[in-house]
Write a protein that binds this ligand. Sequence first.
Ligand SMILES: [Fe+2]
Ligand SMILES: [Fe+2]
Length: 159
Amino acid sequence: MCDHCGCREFGPIAELTADHESILEMAWLVSEAADRTDPDRLATRDRLLVLLDEHVVKEETGLYPQLMATGDLSTDTNDRLEEEHRVVRVALVDGTFDRRDYFALAAHIEEEEMELFSGAMFAFDDEEWDEMDAAHHAACHHHPDHDHHHRDAAPAPTH
Ligand SMILES: [Fe+2]
Ligand SMILES: [Fe+2]
């Protein structure tokens, strides 16, 4: 996590970080449920898919292209990260999402937080932050039934 470097203070990064916390929490519940047809598991899975789809749009139209534009994300890494998004989604939709998928997702998120977020903090100026903000705003309104924004959320406490 980026508590030491202060990137939680940056609005769009704080928003993605808050998404990650919710995503990991729900993904764990889905992965550890013994019964794949359990209604609670399915309900959590469905809520997770809504959040994940929105989060992926934010990253693939905001953070990733802005990092590529500043030369801080290679096309290969971008393509791999986008593929990882698709793999997670398929496992959730198919109902096969298990602990191995959870740990793969956690590794994806850790890479974003440790490498991409800090890259953005060093590389981005107002223009890139504004582009990220606009991408997040568009992603939030992409899902009319899920229009809450994390942008107003207080930063998580540091430990
Ligand atoms: Fe991602
Ligand atoms: Fe992410």
